[in-house]
Write a protein that binds this ligand. Sequence first.
Ligand SMILES: Cc1cc2nc3c(=O)[nH]c(=O)nc-3n(C[C@H](O)[C@H](O)[C@H](O)COP(=O)(O)OP(=O)(O)OC[C@H]3O[C@@H](n4cnc5c(N)ncnc54)[C@H](O)[C@@H]3O)c2cc1C
Length: 265
Amino acid sequence: MARYPRLMPAQPQLFTAGVRRSTRLSPSFQRVTIGGPELAEFDWRGFDHWYRLFLPASGSPLRLPQVSGRSWWPSYLLIPESKRPHCSNYTVAGFRREAGELDIDVVLHWHHGELGGRVARWASQAQPGDPVGLLDQGLMFDPPEGSGRVLLATDETGLPGVLGILAGLPEDATGFAVLEVPDAGDVRPIVAPPGIDVSWLPRSGSQPHGSLVAAAMAAIAVEPNDYAYLVGESSLATGARRQLRTAGLPTSQITFSGFWKAAAD
Ligand SMILES: Cc1cc2nc3c(=O)[nH]c(=O)nc-3n(C[C@H](O)[C@H](O)[C@H](O)COP(=O)(O)OP(=O)(O)OC[C@H]3O[C@@H](n4cnc5c(N)ncnc54)[C@H](O)[C@@H]3O)c2cc1C
C-alpha cells in the first residue's frame, strides 16, 4: 500500500486562521467557522478534502510544526509537550474563498454525561478570534479508472466528507450512500445526484454504533466495478470492508479508513 494517499499534496500547506463563529447545527453537530486572509489561498478541491487541525495547548499561544515536503510529525514532537498544539483530523464542510472562510462540522459526543474529546469541547466553547492551524491533506475519495457505481458508507464523523462527495459527483453518478447518525435531528438537506440512493439511518438509543451501516451493507448486491468509500469508527470501516470483500468486491475498488476508535467503557 502506498505510504501517502495519491491525492495528498506533495507540498502540503500550513495555514493559520481564527474562529469567526460557532453555531449548533443539530443535536450532534457544532459548526465552527474559521477565517482569515491566509485561507483565501487554500486550494479547496471539494469532495472529502481533509486537513490536520491544530488547537493551542491550554495556556499557550498557538505553536505550529515546521512542514518540509510531507513531513511535519518529527517537528511536531520537538515542540515541548506543554506548548505542543492538540492535533486531530477534520474535513472541509464548507469553503468560501471570497470571505476566506472554512466551516468545520464537529461531532459532539458525550461520555458519562460529559462532552468528550478536546475538539468537541473546543467547538462548543469557541470564541471569535481563537487561533487555529490547519495543514492541508487533500482527498481520500479516489475511484479507480473504469469504476461504476459508488457505495458510500459512514457514521457521523465521515458525514461532512460524504456530503462533500455527494455534492461533487457528476449528475449521472449512480450508487448508494448510507449515512448513520446519532439522532433523527441530525438529518439535513443535501445535494446529491438523482441516481444515488441516499439512506439516512438515525440510531435509536439501544442500537450499537455501526450496526445500521452493517445491516445496510449486507443488503447491497455488489458489482465488481463498484467503488466503495467506507469511513467512520474503526470497526464500522473494517467491518463494512470485510462484508464487501466477502460479497466479491476487489480490494482495489475500496477506500476505507477508521476515523476514530471507540474506547472500551
Ligand atoms: C480524514 C478524517 C476526517 C475527519 N473529519 C471529521 C469531521 O469533519 N468531523 C468530525 O467530527 N470528526 C472528523 N473526523 C474524526 C475525528 O478526527 C475523531 O473523532 C477524533 O478522535 C476527534 O479528536 P479529539 O481530539 O476531539 O478526540 P480524541 O482525543 O481523539 O478522543 C477522545 C475520546 O473521544 C472518543 N471519540 C472521538 N471521536 C468520537 C466520536 N465521534 N464519537 C464518540 N466518541 C468519540 C475517543 O474514542 C476517545 O475516547 C475525521 C477523521 C479523519 C481521519
